[in-house]
Design a protein around this ligand. Structure first.
Ligand SMILES: NC(=O)c1ccc[n+]([C@@H]2O[C@H](COP(=O)([O-])OP(=O)(O)OC[C@H]3O[C@@H](n4cnc5c(N)ncnc54)[C@H](OP(=O)(O)O)[C@@H]3O)[C@@H](O)[C@H]2O)c1
Length: 264
């Protein structure tokens, strides 16, 4: 049996960046018959990830669900598509990875300038409401199976970062949500994972679009020189290591550089 066994795994934001790296890396460490579900909005980019997963492990079923996590009117359909025909008894464990994120144009504003309740509501729907409710659907579909929920978090959950008022707030809210779940449902394995700084679209575009790109000028290169920037592939491997070792305190946050995960 491979390290994670026969799993049913959902990765939101599976079309690029960390989500793509995770899908490929996970497919290397699962048993035949595992299923990986990828969600995102881009059909083409999801197909590309699916192709890469199939090339990595032909014995894994990979399925794409095209959906906007912020569109709550399509939420039920998305959940039905994700869990369509699933039989919990077929899997040794079920893993849900909340990975998708987007700045949704909000880095243009300081916190004190955000005055559009619809924009805030959309942001919360995409980053929080969908996380809470997809978790619930997933947990109830896999009663009796080992269940693992990962929130891809960020240092932004604890560090107030200019240009990131909503982003930091949502990341903090999601961490607390998993911590409360850990107190309520100790039989569910819950992990907040800070993947570290990665030069993905989220980081690069988030800086370019922000109201003060000068705040960031040179910072990423400086962090890179200090070895604080990681590739999405390396970060994905480290999350998988944390899941395989299964030593984390339930509901806690593990960061890419933490000692709990040995250097790879
Ligand atoms: N990059 C960093 O430095 C960094 C640092 C700390 C934490 N993180 C966290 O790491 C995770 C992955 O980010 P990344 O850096 O890999 O970003 P990325 O390359 O920009 O990928 C973001 C993913 O989320 C999906 N997504 C965005 N908006 C969506 C929506 N409305 N509905 C459904 N899917 C949506 C995107 O797909 P579509 O556009 O196709 O929908 C894409 O697959 C995020 O949770 C992020 O907060 C990143």
């Amino acid at each position: 049996m491979s390290a994670l066994g026969k799993i049913f795994c959902v990765i939101t934001g599976g079309s690029r960046g960390l989500g793509r790296s995770l899908a490929i890396a996970i497919s290397r460490v699962v048993s035949d018959g595992s299923t990986i579900i990828l969600t995102a909005r881009s059909t083409e980019a999801l197909s590309e990830t699916s192709k890469m997963v199939a090339e990595t492990n032909a014995n894994v079923t990979v399925k794409s669900v095209v959906a906007d996590l912020g569109n709550l009117s399509a939420f039920e359909v998305m959940c039905t598509d994700i869990l369509d025909g699933v039989d919990a008894k077929d899997y040794a464990q079920a893993i849900l990875i909340h990975n998708a994120a987007s700045h949704m144009g909000m880095t243009k504003f300081k916190g004190s300038e955000i005055d559009d309740p619809n924009a805030v509501s959309n942001y919360c729907n995409m980053h929080f409401s969908s996380t809470v409710c997809l978790t619930s659907k997933f947990i109830s579909a896999f009663k009796g199976t080992r269940r693992v929920v990962v929130n891809v978090s960020s240092a932004a959950a604890v560090n107030p970062t200019p240009t990131r008022s909503l982003y930091c707030s949502m990341k903090a809210a999601r961490v607390m949500f998993l911590r409360v779940m850990a107190a309520e449902d100790p039989d569910i394995r819950l992990l907040n994972y800070d993947p570290g700084l990665m030069k993905t679209d989220l980081l690069v575009n988030g800086i370019a679009d922000s109201f003060n790109p000068e705040f960031w000028e040179g910072k990423i290169d400086e962090f890179d020189k200090k070895g604080l920037v990681v590739s999405a592939d390396t970060s994905a491997e480290k999350l998988i290591l944390a899941l395989k070792m299964d030593k984390y305190e339930n509901g806690s946050t593990v960061s890419v550089g933490d000692q709990i995960i040995p250097k790879i």
